[in-house]
Design a protein around this ligand. Structure first.
Ligand SMILES: C[S@@+](CC[C@H](N)C(=O)[O-])C[C@H]1O[C@@H](n2cnc3c(N)ncnc32)[C@H](O)[C@@H]1O
Length: 217
C-alpha cells in the first residue's frame, strides 16, 4: 500500500497533513508494517489519520490516539484505542505507559506548543522501545511566537533538539558533554522541513578502522 495514494483517495474521516510529510513517513515507518507495532499518535484531529495508520501498518498494529478533546473517543475502533488527556501531563502519560507498555512509534501532532512538545518528549522518549522512533511534526511552529517559538528562542523544541545533537555525540566531546541515556539509546536524528525524527538503537563499542594498503602494490 502506498501511503500517499491512500491519503489522496481518502473519502472517510478527514486527515490533515502537509503533503511533504508523506515521503518522511514512508522512509521511517516502513519497517513497522505488518509487525505488532505499538503506534501512538498525539493529536487525533478528526480521526482520519488513525484510520490511515491502521490501513498502512496492517492487522497486527495497535494504534493509540491521545487527545485533549473528549469528543475524540468516537474514533475508537478495532485496533484503535483513544485516551483523553493533556499531552504534557506527566501522570497521564505515565498511565499510558503502564497501560500500553513501551510505544514503538510516537508521532506528536498535538497542540504544537513548544513547552508541551518538549515536556511530552522528555516523558515519552525514554520509554520508546529499543529500536523505536519518535517523530515530531509541524515544527514550523518552532519559529512562531504564538506557540512559544522563535528563531534561536530558548524553549523552542528545535533549540532543545540542537542541544541533543551534542548529547548524541557526547562520547567525542573529550568530556565537555557527559554521555546520557539519550546518548546511549539514540541511533540517529533526522531533520526535515517542519519534522524531526529520533531513531533509537543501542550503540556497540565504537572504534575506527582502516582497511586496505597505503601503497597498493
Ligand atoms: C492538527 S490536529 C491533529 C490532526 C490529525 N493527527 C491528522 O493528521 O488529521 C491537533 C489535535 O491535537 C489536539 N490537541 C491540542 N492540544 C493538545 C494537548 N495539549 N494535548 C493533547 N492533544 C491536544 C487537538 O484537540 C487536535 O485534535
Amino acid at each position: 500500500m502506498n501511503l500517499w495514494y491512500d491519503f489522496l483517495t481518502n473519502e472517510q474521516r478527514s486527515i490533515h497533513k502537509w503533503t511533504h510529510y508523506f515521503p518522511i513517513y514512508e522512509r521511517h515507518f516502513d519497517r513497522f508494517r505488518n509487525t505488532d507495532v505499538i503506534f501512538m499518535e498525539i493529536g487525533c484531529g478528526e480521526g482520519g489519520s488513525l484510520q490511515m495508520w491502521k490501513r498502512y501498518l496492517g492487522p497486527y498494529a495497535r494504534i493509540i490516539g491521545i487527545d485533549i478533546n473528549p469528543e475524540c473517543v468516537a474514533f475508537a475502533d478495532d485496533q484503535i484505542q483513544i485516551r483523553i488527556g493533556h499531552q504534557a501531563d506527566r501522570s497521564f502519560l505515565a498511565e499510558m505507559l503502564s497501560e500500553f507498555g513501551s510505544p514503538d512509534v510516537v508521532l506528536d501532532d498535538g497542540g504544537h506548543n513548544m513547552a508541551d512538545i518538549t515536556g511530552t518528549f522528555e516523558c515519552l522518549y525514554p520509554a520508546v522501545s529499543r529500536n523505536g522512533l519518535y517523530l515530531v511534526e509541524d515544527l514550523h511552529a518552532a519559529y512562531w511566537d504564538e506557540y512559544g517559538g522563535g528563531l534561536h528562542r530558548q524553549g523552542s523544541f528545535l533549540e532543545f533538539a540542537k542541544q541533543l545533537i551534542d548529547e548524541l555525540n557526547a562520547d567525542h566531546t573529550r568530556g565537555a558533554v557527559q554521555p546520557t541515556e539519550f546518548t546511549r539509546s539514540t541511533h540517529s536524528m533526522h531533520f526535515y522541513d517542519s519534522v524531526a525524527v529520533f531513531e533509537k538503537g543501542r550503540h556497540l563499542p565504537k572504534h575506527d578502522l582502516k582497511t586496505g594498503q597505503s601503497r597498493p602494490g
